[in-house]
Ligand binder design. Sequence first.
Ligand code: TMP
Length: 210
Amino acid sequence: MRGKFITFEGPEGSGKSTQLRILAKRLREAGHRVFETAEPGGTPIGMQIRRVLLDAQNAEMRPTTELLLMFACRAQNVEQWILPALADQQIVLSDRFTDSSVVYQGIARGLGTELVYEVDRIACRGLVPDLTLVIDIDTETGLRRARARNQRTQGVETRLDEQAIEFHRKVRQAYHQLAGDEPHRVRLIDGGRGEAEVAQQVWSAVAGIL
Ligand code: TMP
């Protein structure tokens, strides 16, 4: 027996990180032990890799490099934090996981989903989320939110946000396809509604697996 592994996914500016925090608080109030993580990043080593991945100055980064760095973060996170927390019966919430690589590198970058699953076998050794919540958002609205946030924080983590709109449309489309292909694991949630309403939909989906 291990704890539950729940991941949040979605295009830029979907509000998934806010929803993860709301869920974590609600689960803790209900008496659960919760471990929160995020990708790319998570562990201290992962955070160093994240800087390389998202730095707008690294415009020459190739798709294969991007894929392997995403999974380098993930391998470290799975071994150092996620598997131990699951073994300790905690509920692990991850802001993005392998589905992001399937959607962004496999489909939007065109590397192919088979290749992504091959690397996943090495990095994650069979770990698949029990539930994945895709917070869906219209591409234009999401990008507007993400770019406003970048301006507010004067962030340098903009290499991926700055991709052409077609790239982000492919990302959204790929998430829809994923939800259609794996309806038992992947739930599509309308992120265009108010924060509390989205949180309620998230809560109902999570209640179903606890
Ligand atoms: P974030 O804004 O949710 O922190 O994600 C950072 C960016 O990294 C976002 O543009 C999505 C992208 N990403 C991938 O392209 N592949 C991955 O495997 C992950 C985890 C994120």
